[in-house]
Structures are given as C-alpha cells and as structure tokens.
Design a protein around this ligand. Structure first.
Ligand code: FAD
Length: 492
C-alpha cells in the first residue's frame, strides 16, 4: 500500500511540472464559483495550507446571500433550517469550523429527540413508538426504554447489524482526517473512495448491501426506507454509500449550528481574505492563453489562473470553452413545505392530534404524497410548526386535507442532491487536465455539508500540490476567528 502512495505522489509531482501556471511572476488568482460550504471550504483550506502560494481568491455567488443549500426560513417569526439541517458528531471539519468561528453547537431539544415516531403506509401506522409528555426524568427514561423494547420486537437483531454497518462506514470515512503523511492527494473521486475502502459501497444498491448482510426485509422496507426517504428523498435503491451516510444521519448526538448552518460558509468567507461577488452569476468559463476568463451576468470579465466549480453542474447554465465532458447526473428535487398550524388527525384515521407521532415517516408506496412530516416546534397544543418533505409539490387542496389549520405556509423547491443509483459514475476533480477543478464531483458518493468540506479540502491540496509539485505542509495552524461573522445570509 505504501508503494501505491509513493507512486501516486510521483504521478502528482510529474503532472505538476506540466501545468502552465507561472509562479515566478505573481501568485495565481483563484476564482471559485459558488459560496456554499464547498466553495467557502476550498478558500479556507487554500489560505490555511499556504500563506504565499495563492494570490487573490474571488468567490462568485449568483444569489444575494452566501451558503447555498444551507439556509434558514422564518415561519411566523421563528427561524428554522430550510436546507441542510443536521451534522454528525464525527463531522470533524464542520465541528472545527464551528469552534474556530466561535459559533455554538445546538443539540436537538429533548422534545424532538424523545418525540413519538410512526411509520405511515397511506392507510395506517404500521409502527408507532410511545410518546408521553413529561418533564420527569424517570418517566422519560421509562418511555425511552419501552420504545427500545418495541423497536427491538419489531426489527430484532437487524438493529445491531444496522449499527455495525453505519459504524464501519463512518470508521472508513474517518481516514479522510488522517494527516498528510499517511493521506495522499487524490486526483479522482474513485481513487479517493478506493483508498478509504468506501468505493465498493457505491457499486451496489443499499438494498443489495443489506440483504447480503442478512438484514430482515421488514427493517429494510420500513425503518431504513423511512430514513432514506427523509434524508435523500429516495428509496433503498440508492447506492450503499449514500444509504449508509443517510443512516448515519439518524445516529445519536447529531447537531447543528445555533442560529443557522449558513454561518459556517459565511464565517469561512469572512476570514479567508476573499473578494466576494454576490448576486453575480458566472455565465461562461473560457480557457484563454493559460488563464481562465469568467464572464458574469453583470457584463464583467475576470481572469484567473485557477478556477474551482463548487456547485453541482447538473442544473446550472455555465458555458465552458473548450467544452467539458462529465457523466450525466440528475438532481433529486425535494419540496420542503413549512406550515404553522395543526395537523388534521382524521387524515390519519385518528381522533385527536396528540395521537399523531411528532415524526411521521413513510414507506415506499404511491399512496403517500409526502416523504415525512415532522414537528419543528410545539407552540401550544393547537399551534405547531411543521416541516413536510415530498418528492412532488404539495398543492393547497391536499395540504388542507392533511392540516386542519394553516396559518402560514412556505414552499421551497430544492435541487437537493444527486439522484443516486448504483453503480455510480463520477465526474473528475480536474475537469480539463489543467487548473479547472470540480468539488461537487464527490456528491455522487454522498451529499452532506461534511462531504463537501472533505472534497473541498482534497481539492485545495490538489491545487497546491499541482502548483508546486510538493505536498502542502502537514502542520496547519488554523486562524482564530473574531465574532463579527459575515451577515449576508439566506432567509428564504
Ligand atoms: C432539503 C435539504 C436537506 C439537506 N439535509 C442535509 C443535512 O441534514 N445534513 C447535511 O450535511 N446535508 C444536508 N443536505 C445536503 C447539503 O445541503 C449539501 O450537500 C451541501 O450544502 C452542498 O454544499 P455545496 O457548497 O457543495 O453546494 P451548494 O450549497 O449548493 O452551493 C453552491 C452555490 O453555488 C451557487 N451557484 C450556482 N451556480 C452559480 C453560478 N453560475 N455563478 C455563481 N454562483 C453559482 C449557488 O447559488 C450556491 O449558493 C441537504 C440538502 C437539502 C436541499
């Protein structure tokens, strides 16, 4: 294996000599398209891994706010995550960003974590946990114990297999935090996944993986389907890796950033000495005389030696000259509907709203028009904030059947993440063999804030190693950040 690293390093060094960026004259300018967690992380790691090799960094963002798919929504005066909501306790880049930006970690309030959970098949709840509102710790513990017993009776030993499957995948993913001595720079997503032992999981569907591991059909069709529908809006035919990542999102200890996850991208941008171009969409990227010329909707042109695409290219309209070739990929659209009001218990065949679980998950059937409904906040018995995920937009007639009261409704259509299938094919990190990079090639493995950060870190190292023919220094001092975070953000 060591020999493989050596060969990879030599390949990197030899390709570096062919790249035509003239470091003698002035440090190269980097243009980054997209201000989400991916684009802001590339900028952050470039600045932190090299103080002098990189010159100006410009980030272009078509929106008037930064953060991309991390954004908040204000529903009747209360703010909630509109896009990416939760982070895993072992998401170490985002955890580090949170610390260095002096942001606070928010844990789901116990009302959410201990709340009732039910699996709806369009006619009945095939499974329901107990929910009992009490502030007494002993009662909470008893209810929690009773629910564990209930879940065990329904799904049996497959639950332990589930834990093992997720833990093994997370352990492999942790290799991406190893230091530079043991961790090569990767030119392709395939190399990156093979090195950590995750590649094979992208070759087969989650269902195939789990059946081979002797999971019961019931846990696959119910509990696991519910989770993939909530986290990726898709069925168990997603790849094993996307499935494992989605299941890891249900681990205990998940967290978010107090005040909104968008602050991660905003903070990184604020403290990485960036020339930020908000409300400026990149229309074309042309390779002209060893530079890239970016033309934007503001009628302006910018020259840069290095260009990083930090947005999925599937639904954006950037013209590349000369053209680039990447595998076709479709985005899964997730319709997120926020409602302040009250569910209609009769829709679920129940007589009182308190009988409806706080998280309603669903199985794969054409009879159910939504993937999940969750209570975001209980204001009082008759007034709640809800989030509904669906694969298709929910019209008002349907919403009025599901909800008896709707005081406010906000609908968002997200081009959310790739529509996963197995075996996955990956776009390259280097789009043109020169200095045009693509962070979101990694999204076919899995789409999360952390995977974007991990891919971005590799792209930053790739840029630096291809520029200098050397690996960037392994001891990295992260800057310490002040408390005046960038305040341009999305409130959808
Ligand atoms: C509903 C939903 C729920 C999710 N839940 C979770 C979750 O709980 N946990 C989790 O970790 N992840 C979650 N995700 C996934 C997560 O949001 C993404 O994987 C991650 O935020 C991607 O970041 P990114 O920077 O790669 O892309 P983006 O955030 O999409 O950033 C790309 C940016 O590029 C900009 N852009 C595009 N084209 C141009 C152009 N031509 N010129 C200039 N700017 C351009 C876009 O406006 C955007 O701001 C969720 C996503 C959605 C939609």
């Amino acid at each position: 294996m060591k020999n493989l690293y050596l060969i990879l390093s030599l390949i990197l060094i030899s390709t570096a000599t062919t790249v035509a960026v003239d470091l003698e004259s002035s440090p190269p300018t980097v243009c980054i398209i997209g201000s989400g967690i991916g684009g802001s992380s590339v900028a952050h790691f470039l600045r932190n891994y090299s103080s002098s090799v990189i010159g100006k960094i410009r980030i272009f963002e078509r929106n008037v706010y930064v953060g991309g798919r991390t954004a908040t929504v204000t529903l009747a005066g209360e703010t909630f995550e509109a896009g990416a909501s939760i982070l895993h306790p072992k998401n170490y880049h985002t955890l580090n960003y949170t610390k260095f930006l002096y942001l606070s970690v928010r844990r789901p309030p116990s009302a959410e974590s201990d709340s009732g959970f039910g699996i709806w098949n369009g006619r009945e709840f095939v499974f329901k946990t107990l929910s009992f509102n009490s502030d007494l710790p002993i009662i909470k513990r008893l209810v929690s114990f009773a629910n564990s017993v209930l879940i065990f009776f329904r799904y049996g030993f497959s639950l332990f297999r589930l834990n093992k499957f997720v833990d093994n995948t997370v352990d492999n993913f942790l290799k991406y935090y190893e230091d530079f001595e043991s961790r090569p720079v990767f030119e392709t997503v395939e190399e990156m996944l093979k090195w950590s032992g995750l590649y094979n999981l992208t070759r087969r569907t989650l269902q195939e993986e789990l059946l081979d591991l002797h999971f019961s059909p019931r846990i696959i069709e119910e509990l696991i389907t519910v989770i993939t529908r909530i986290n990726y809006g898709q069925s168990i035919s997603i790849s094993g890796l996307a499935g494992a990542v989605s299941l890891a999102g249900s681990d205990s200890g998940v967290w978010s950033v107090e005040g909104g996850n968008w602050q991660l991208a905003a903070g990184l941008i604020n403290y990485s000495n960036i020339e930020m171009h908000l409300d400026e969409e990149v229309e074309s990227v042309s390779s002209i005389e060893q530079k890239y010329q970016l033309n934007t909707t503001k009628g302006k042109s910018y020259q840069c030696e290095i260009t990083v695409v930090a947005t999925p290219l599937d639904e954006v309209n950037i013209q590349f000259l000369p053209g680039i070739s990447i595998p076709e990929r479709k985005l899964q659209h997730t319709y997120t509907t926020f409602i302040r009001g009250l569910l209609n218990p009769a829709y679920f065949g129940l007589s009182s709203v308190s009988e409806v679980p706080q998280l309603v998950g669903t199985v794969e059937t054409p009879d159910v028009p939504f993937s999940s409904i969750s209570v975001l906040k209980q204001h009082n018995e008759n007034d709640m904030s809800y989030k509904v995920f669906s694969r298709k937009p929910l019209d008002d007639v349907l919403l009025d059947q599901i909800f008896s009261v709707r005081n406010e409704t906000i609908k968002i259509d997200w081009g959310a993440y790739p529509h996963y299938h197995a075996p996955e094919v990956f776009a390259p990190f280097i789009l043109d063999g020169q200095h045009l990079y693509y962070v979101n090639a990694f999204e076919n493995a899995a789409s999360t804030m952390e995977t974007s950060a991990v891919a971005a870190e590799n792209v930053a190292r790739l840029i630096l190693s291809r520029l200098s023919g050397q690996k960037p220094a392994s001891t990295v001092t992260l800057k310490s950040f002040g408390d005046d975070a960038y305040d341009v953000h999305a409130d959808l």
